[in-house]
Design a protein around this ligand. Structure first.
Ligand code: JFZ
Length: 330
């Protein structure tokens, strides 16, 4: 873990990208759940997803100019839609009007800028028929005895989900980060068969690091910090939005790698009605605070349906770049 995370503990600043078919309605990546949209009604977005301005080289360039050292994009979010050509589903960008493997272009573009590259992958999949209807508002059966009667084949879900992870691990070259998201409080890593996932990661991509969300969520620290580390504890803790008071230490008082993920406004995915952006100054101070506490910061952008990062976000990125420039060692 020390060796694997060496670059990560040095290159403290990265770009997070939440982008998918949910960028079309522009109300955040949870829209299917929040507005209780059926698979049928959501299909409109799947059928029209045509991000003709997708230019990951441009994104990578913006990240680099802001002083970022790595970029992580949502290969698949909770809606189950894949930005890559998975053989385990028809719900993928190669079947939408854009007709491309967007992950492939993404990883190539980021590497070409000399940055480290990572992929976000959701353990949750609202599209898969055998996904248990846990934890979201499309499925009000959660916490209801009745949902337990669902006739689903969870093993089939796991085998497809693991299959997709293996595709990402074997078809896109060297990956620096696998960013899994996330384990419900009532769902342990055992239930996801996270040990198997980790074995695949170590087998195909021994250099790759992972977050701690195979066993927890943004609110938990997981076993990285305890005496009883699981084999799927991950390499870094992944708090959200708020900088932990004193950084994050393990039971022995030693700092463990951690990475704050944070949005520029109050959404992860594109939402043009959310204009409450943090100031560049606030965000730069947050980065400094993370680094001063031995942590990283993963600053999120939510490109629009065509693939464009909006002006407000670009402005913030440029201010980071200027600040980096002003504070460079001569
Ligand atoms: C998760 C996702 O659901 C969300 O869409 C986004 O991708 C974010 C980076 O990660 O959000 C969570 C998950 C768990 C908690 C909070 C946000 N949590 O339990 O505190």
């Amino acid at each position: 873990i020390i060796k694997r995370t060496e670059w990560f503990r040095h290159d403290r600043f990265g770009m997070f990208i939440h982008w998918g078919v949910y960028s079309i309605p522009g109300k955040g990546e949870w829209i299917r759940s929040h507005q209780e949209i059926s698979v049928e009604d959501y299909q409109e977005y799947v059928d029209t997803f045509n991000p003709t301005k997708y230019d990951p080289k441009q994104w990578a360039k913006m990240a680099k100019e802001a002083g970022m050292k790595y970029v992580v994009m949502t290969a698949k979010h909770h809606d189950g839609y894949c930005l890559f050509d998975s053989k385990y589903t028809d719900y993928k960008s190669t079947n939408s009007p854009i007709g491309k493997d967007l992950v492939k272009e993404f990883v190539e573009a980021v590497r070409a800028e000399g940055l480290q590259v990572g992929l976000y992958f959701s353990l949750i999949d609202w599209y898969h028929n055998d996904y248990p209807k846990y934890g979201d508002m499309i499925h009000p059966m959660r916490n209801n005895e009745a949902y337990k009667d669902e006739s689903i084949d969870f093993d089939n879900y796991l085998s497809d989900m693991h299959g997709q992870i293996e595709e990402l691990l074997t078809q896109y070259g060297l990956l620096d980060i696998l960013w899994f998201d996330y384990s419900y409080d009532d769902m342990t890593g055992e239930k996801w068969q996270a040990t198997k996932i980790m074995e695949m990661v170590r087998k195909h991509q021994p250099q790759a690091i992972t977050d701690n969300r195979l066993e927890t969520s943004g609110s938990g620290q997981g076993s990285i910090v305890t005496d009883s580390i699981t084999d799927y504890s991950g390499d870094f803790v992944s708090p959200e939005q708020l900088v932990p008071h004193e950084g994050i230490r393990n039971h022995a008082g030693k700092f463990v790698p951690w990475e704050l993920c944070v949005t520029m406004n109050n959404n992860w995915a594109y939402n043009p009605t959310d204009y409450l952006y943090k100031s560049p100054k606030t965000l730069i101070r947050k980065l400094v605070e993370c680094v001063s506490k031995n942590g990283n910061m993963l600053l999120n952008v939510g490109p629009d349906a065509l693939g464009v990062i909006n002006d407000e976000s670009q402005y913030i990125l440029r201010e980071f770049g200027q600040w980096m420039e002003d504070h460079k060692e001569s």
